[in-house]
Design a protein. Structure first.
Length: 128
């Protein structure tokens, strides 16, 4: 786990990091070169009923991270991943971004990505 310095965080990690009880996660993230996909911005900020203070928090948080656009390479990789196994569009784009950008993926839902053998996957439970 210590070898992972450049990581892409899944949308669920951004949400967990905003919760007070996940201080260890926030501390760990601060020691890494963290990125997100545009799909994470859409998933998190597009959540219905998100309070204005939460929107401000996430906008500030996302302003700190590198943000990867959904480009043609990511689209082609996401198509390939979806052709291999049924998965959500968001998960396919996030996994494709990690693969195209050669980043480890930190997620709370490793089961959604375990079938992608070439993906360097970090589970939330590994963060201590």
């Amino acid at each position: 786990m210590d070898g992972h310095n450049s990581i892409l965080i899944d949308s669920n990690i951004a949400i967990y990091a905003a919760q007070p009880e996940y201080g260890t996660l926030r501390d760990w993230i601060q020691t890494k070169n963290v990125s997100i996909s545009d799909i994470t911005r859409i998933e998190v900020l597009g959540y219905p009923g998100l309070l204005p203070e939460s929107i401000l928090y996430f906008e500030k948080l996302f302003g700190i991270f590198d943000v990867f656009s959904i480009n043609e390479k990511v689209i082609q990789k996401a198509i390939s991943l979806k052709q291999q196994k049924v998965m959500s569009l968001g998960d396919a784009i996030i996994a494709a971004t990690a693969l195209v950008e050669n980043l480890a993926l930190l997620t709370a839902n490793t089961k959604d990505f375990k079938h992608i053998k070439e993906l360097d996957l970090i589970g939330l439970k590994e963060i201590k």
